[in-house]
Structure formats: C-alpha cells, structure tokens
Design a protein. Sequence first.
Length: 196
Amino acid sequence: MRLPSGHQPYLFIFWNFFLAWLPVLFMVLLDLVYIMKKSLARTVFMFSSGALWLFFYPNSSYMVTDLLHVFARYSYDPEQRFWGAIPFWQHLLGLFLVALLGLLLGAMTLFSVQNLVRQSFGVFWSWLFAVCVLMLSSFGVYAGRFMRWNSWDLATIPANLTRELKHLFGDPGQLTHMWSFCWLFFFITFISYLGM
C-alpha cells in the first residue's frame, strides 16, 4: 500500500504481523509438550512455552489499533461528511484484513491453550483462564499502543516498566484512560473470541 507520493507508510505492519504469529509458534510448542510423559522437563517446558505464549499473545490483537494510522494520513472530507478518497478505503480495508487475521490467530491460539487448561482443570477454570488472558492482553495492547512497550521489554528492561507502572497507577487521569481502553478492548476481543 502506497500513498499517492509513492511512500509506503505501513511497513511496520510486516513486523506486527510477524509478532502476531509468534503465539502460534508457542501454542504449537505447548501442544507438543503437553503430550510428553509427565516429568520435571515437561513442567519446565510447559511453563516456558506458556509464559512466552502469554507475553506475545497481545500482539495478535494489537494490529486492530494500527487502523488509526490510516485516519492520520487522510483528511476528513467536509462536503461528503466522510473519508471519500479511494486510497483511504484501500488502506483501511487492507489493514482491517490484517487486523482481522490477527484476531483469528489470537482466537485460535487461545482456544488451543484454553483446551489444555480444560483437560487439566475443567471447564470453569478454562473459562476463567480465557477471561484472564483477554484482560491481560487488553492491558498489553494498551501498554504497546500508549506506553510504547514491547513484549520483550519484560525481560530486557523490567526496571523501566516497573517505574512506568508506578507512574501510571499514580496518575488518576492516565489510570482512568487505561481502564476505559482495557475494558473496551477486552469487550471487543471477548466478543470476537466467542464469535469464532
């Protein structure tokens, strides 16, 4: 997708799309480890694969927020009272399809991991697990979009994240913004998960 100037403004979507596939990789690892004979190694691999899956899981739905970039690049047409430029629609629908695929990838991996939880702990705990994952993921998307965190920052700069969290929870305005966004995003991802 190019702008009329020839500039390609959405190259970031390739990286974000790659990150959206990482939970699929860790889900496959979890599935393979789950069928191993019970041992300490299995437990370590389950925990490691599960943690990596959870850390990267928000990337699957993060691309929904990338739709904002299209609105920043095209002007609202006051005569039509809408965005009428065809390139706007091409870019919006292209990014929407990528975001939709990200949601599908996320739903697929959550379904698979939720199924493992169901097999081990039962239906109630599997749904509690799914709801908690979607809530944490909503915060992960918020942190990525507004605080500009990356999944790997948890391992590479944990002190900075701790400092930023203290600031977030100490600022009532930011906290309200965070809760509002997270609940909205949780609702969207929960409904889309139920629908898939």
